[in-house]
Design a protein around this ligand. Structure first.
Ligand code: FAD
Length: 488
């Protein structure tokens, strides 16, 4: 039986480990934390439970597919439901609307508020679907660095039709062309943040992202997001994957041009294949000291990070739902600060996730668990994060007080904070960036590191910092693509 070692048990590491075990490999996962999940973790604060990382679950079909491949039923491992109401949106001028899983209902809501014609919304979302369908086979589901991806009919059909895609200009310029109302432009611009990018620089092709939420749907897993990681861990256990927790891998050992093992706790572990789910920059810097870091990794633009306040709130807010957005008045300035000045706007867009709306056990009776997040730059080592966190908290409190007409501090009974420094410490992500590299150029997809090494045999990479990118769905695909690249 061939042996494979997986470094890290983030979503991509789990996706790869399960697929390797399903192929008959003897798989060991080495994880520096005490539990699986990586960025997808949870936190208990007094009587409150919080998901610490991702809060929006899209594309559950990628999980269904994995469990099917392993001849298991996903529903035996995780229950989830499609959301009817996805997100509540708040603007400073008092405009409020909800996004719904029904495109018609959403379009009607925006039309009722005299924001946009129904037809324009439906057309935008149909275009988004088309762009996704044309792109997914080449750019998302397969390696961009293997000939076999390009030598098949599906790819050729996609390539021939590439001219139909929105290929020029930024997402913002595309949205402005399609939509007159600046509030709805801001709404559709926000989807660039789903992979940590700047809508004023990111390519118009990112207009395919709303397809995932609007045309496929947004979902909530019973028990919260952390249960997604738990379901993968259980499947991995059922397939015989071994987990070694609190084990930080310190080096990938190379002999000649082959990866032959890893060093953990000063012990050498021999293996036939090494899969690194560690951030690609950190993998080169810390685990592969004798390899030259490729320039695309060294100089890539990092995705945004975030500052998250976990607040136990001793009050129920009927006007809030599971996902809530309080938009910045000047969206362009917010992204300029993050990506050009590595700082944070005085008026940031605030995202509040409240899982106790669905999982009542996450907060005491008549209370709510607020995950309050703003976008932030990655940690470039020069920022004064203590000061930035303090200022951000003040600005968030003022904005929420203004819009919700409360004194929110009266209701905060427990609190904890996550910032890019801690995200980096907890997961080894470079500078605490959430999604690896940003997609702020149309070449970003081509510049992401491949899922294998062309210098070292038996060495593979998966995770948000390599192809096809970050976020739960792409991390899942990345684990799949890395295993597809495996040369047995
Ligand atoms: P990671 O989650 O980064 O895990 C890597 C693992 O490797 C970690 O467990 C780490 O401990 C381990 N490791 C690293 N180095 C070593 C070593 N040397 N030895 C052993 N183990 C090691 N995505 C969404 O889809 N929707 C969202 O709503 C969303 N919101 C987010 C909000 C926040 C606050 C954060 C932090 C992330 C969010 N994301 C979201 C992004 C998403 O969480 C990530 O893209 C995805 O989880 C990354 O998975 P990954 O497999 O790349 O690895």
């Amino acid at each position: 039986m061939k042996k494979a070692v997986v470094i890290g048990s983030g979503i991509a590491g789990l996706s790869a480990a399960i697929r390797l075990a399903n192929k008959g490999y003897d798989v060991s996962v080495y994880e520096s934390n005490s539990e699986v999940g990586g960025k997808l973790s949870q936190l208990a604060l007094g009587k409150y439970r919080f998901d610490c990382g991702p809060s929006l679950f899209t594309m559950p079909e990628l999980f269904e597919e994995l469990f099917d491949e392993c001849k298991k039923n996903f529903s035996d491992y995780l229950k989830y439901k499609k959301l009817d109401t996805i997100t509540n949106y708040f603007y400073e001028d008092g405009t409020r609307f909800k996004s719904y899983s029904s495109n018609e209902k959403f379009a009607q809501e925006l039309h009722r508020l005299a924001l946009i014609e129904e037809k324009t919304v439906i057309e935008y979302l149909n275009k988004s679907r088309k762009s996704y369908k044309l792109t997914k086979h080449v750019f998302l589901e397969n390696s961009l660095h293997k000939m076999k991806t390009f030598l098949n009919l599906k790819t050729l059909i996609s390539l021939i039709q590439l001219y139909k895609l929105p290929l020029f200009g930024s997402l913002n310029s595309f949205n402005k062309k399609k939509i007159e109302n600046p509030k709805i432009v801001q709404y559709f611009n926000r989807f660039a943040t789903y992979n940590g990018s700047n809508p004023y620089k990111a390519p118009s092709l990112l207009s395919l992202i709303p397809h995932l939420e609007h045309n496929i749907g947004a979902f909530y897993p019973t028990g919260g997001m952390f249960q997604i990681a738990m379901s993968l861990k259980k499947l991995a256990n059922d397939l015989g994957v071994k987990f070694e927790f609190n084990c930080k891998v310190t080096e990938i050992i190379i002999e000649g041009n082959r990866a032959i093992g890893i060093n953990v706790n000063s012990e050498f572990i021999a293996t036939d294949a090494v899969f690194s789910n560690m951030d690609i920059y950190q993998t080169y810097k810390k685990l592969l000291p004798n390899l030259i870091m490729p320039n695309n990794v060294k100089y890539e633009e990092k995705s945004s990070s975030g500052i998250v306040f976990f607040w136990g709130i001793k009050k129920e807010f009927k006007e809030l739902g599971l996902h809530n957005i309080f938009f910045a008045s000047n969206y362009e300035e917010e992204f300029h600060k993050i990506f050009n000045e590595y700082s944070i706007s005085e008026d940031p867009t605030i995202y509040i996730n409240i899982t106790s709306k669905y999982s009542i056990e996450d907060a005491p009776l008549n209370c709510e668990n607020w995950f309050v997040m703003i976008n932030a730059p990655h940690n470039d080592g020069t920022q004064d994060w203590d000061l930035m966190v303090e200022k951000a908290r003040k600005n968030i409190v003022h904005k929420l007080n203004r819009i919700l007409k409360v004194n929110i501090e009266d209701f905060i009974e427990v609190e904890s904070v996550l910032d890019p420094r801690k995200i980096e410490i907890n997961t080894s992500s470079f500078g605490g960036s959430l999604y690896g590299s940003a997609s702020n150029s149309k070449w970003a997809a081509f510049l992401r590191h491949k899922n294998f090494s062309n210098k070292v045999r038996n060495l593979y990479f998966c995770g948000g910092s390599v192809h096809p990118g970050g976020g739960i769905p792409l991390a899942m695909l990345s684990g799949k693509i890395a295993v597809d690249c495996l040369v047995d």
